[in-house]
Design a protein around this ligand. Structure first.
Ligand SMILES: [Zn+2]
Length: 385
């Protein structure tokens, strides 16, 4: 999920997915134009939105997403404390996802990262709930003469939503937070993350089926359209459970394999070649490959198709490899003895398609999506036999 970047918190990019705008406007509309006008003027037959209800609708929607963000940030904060990096948090139609690099390395880390989000939601629900109660007491003592009603509505809905956010996320189906907690416990008990993920994913799929089933029953018994939302969440959860399981199996099959076993040998090019010469002599032969730029002694950088893309044709004979390469100083590198899971995490964390493998200051190879995909393909074929 890419999305539109809106800022940075604790070094993590915060982004909005396109689907987020849909749910945001739907929320503002439902709250500002339907629910709040009714709540602000109880007992009246026909009510319409006014400045107060719309302002309140927008404030509630913004604070709802701030609550989702706080939930994701607390997962991320714990992940960072445990030494994992978090690249970005994306808000989308069903809430938020934090992009945490790699899978947790032990059950306790998994448990701590998973539990932090619901804990934050419970804390927020308690906070808004307390504020709601306090405002209600002030209101009933008639201190503010009804002026507090908008704030009571606002704190009330925030307490409710944070409470349901905590409850839903604690459902024990992977990849929901509760499912991750379950997986951590099974993982600790069975010492196999694959077995633990398999069972936690099955519970996740069971919850998905229940959601979809309840939506169907609701639809045919006249509870209507609202259930469709449950059906969508159910479908989303079903896919996520499948995907999460597949990903864990993949990471598992890569454990214990070293970078040097999978890397493609590096081929060197001179920094003094023109871009045109480089394309003709190297790139045309091996289109997908990245090359090492070295002057015979030092590793200067890397160059591949993506570096050439922005060089216009007339410049091909003027600019040289050293002008357009990605310099070594801005590259993440790997050691030949690093595990492939490390490579995977580092790739996910950099924007590069391939990372150079460095041995005693010299580039000996490259590893990227191509090498990993090839290995996984071979591995899958081996398993079928
Ligand atoms: Zn969560």
């Amino acid at each position: 999920m890419r999305g539109w970047r809106i800022g940075k918190i604790m070094g993590i990019d915060i982004a909005l997915d396109a689907s987020w705008f849909l749910i945001f406007f739907l929320l503002v509309y439902t709250l500002g134009f339907i629910q709040f006008p009714r709540d602000l003027h109880p007992g009246r037959f026909r009510v319409s939105a006014d400045a107060i209800s719309i302002t309140l609708g927008i404030a509630a929607s913004v604070l709802l997403f701030a609550s989702v963000l706080a939930h994701e940030l607390s997962h991320s904060w714990m992940a960072i404390q445990l030494g994992t990096s978090v690249k970005r948090i994306t808000l989308f139609i069903f809430g938020g996802v934090a992009q945490i690099a790699g899978e947790p390395d032990r059950p306790l880390s998994e448990f701590l990262i998973a539990i932090m989000g619901p804990l934050m939601s419970v804390a927020l629900a308690a906070l808004f709930g307390a504020a709601w109660l306090w405002l209600r007491i002030l209101d009933s003592a008639d201190v503010a003469n009804g002026m507090l009603t908008p704030l009571i509505l606002l704190t009330g809905i925030l307490a409710q939503v944070n409470g349901s956010l905590a409850l839903f996320n604690l459902a024990p189906g992977f990849p929901l937070d509760g499912g991750r907690v379950l997986r951590a416990i099974l993982w600790g008990a069975t010492h196999s993350i694959a077995t633990a993920t398999k069972w936690a994913s099955r519970v996740g799929q069971l919850i998905a089926v229940l959601l979809i089933g309840s939506a169907f029953i609701g639809f045919f018994t006249g509870f209507g359209i609202g259930g469709i939302w449950n059906a969508f969440i159910g479908l989303f959860l079903w896919n996520a459970a499948n995907e999460g399981y597949r990903q864990t199996l993949m990471v598992e099959s890569l454990r214990g394999v070293s970078v040097s076993q999978l890397m493609t040998r590096a081929e060197a090019v001179s920094p003094d070649l023109t871009v045109g010469e480089f394309v003709e002599q190297y790139l045309l032969r091996q289109r997908d490959q990245t090359f090492v730029v070295t002057d015979g002694f030092a590793f200067l950088g890397v160059i591949g198709t993506s570096n050439i893309r922005n060089v216009s044709r007339p410049e091909w004979n003027i600019r040289r490899v050293r002008d357009v390469m990605t310099p070594s100083t801005s590259l993440q590198v790997l050691n030949p003895s690093d595990s492939v899971t490390t490579a995977l995490a580092r790739l996910a964390n950099s924007d590069a398609e391939e990372l150079p493998v460095l041995d005693a200051g010299q580039v000996v190879g490259f590893i990227g999506q191509n090498e990993l995909a090839r290995y996984l393909r071979l591995n899958a074929e081996r398993k079928q036999m």
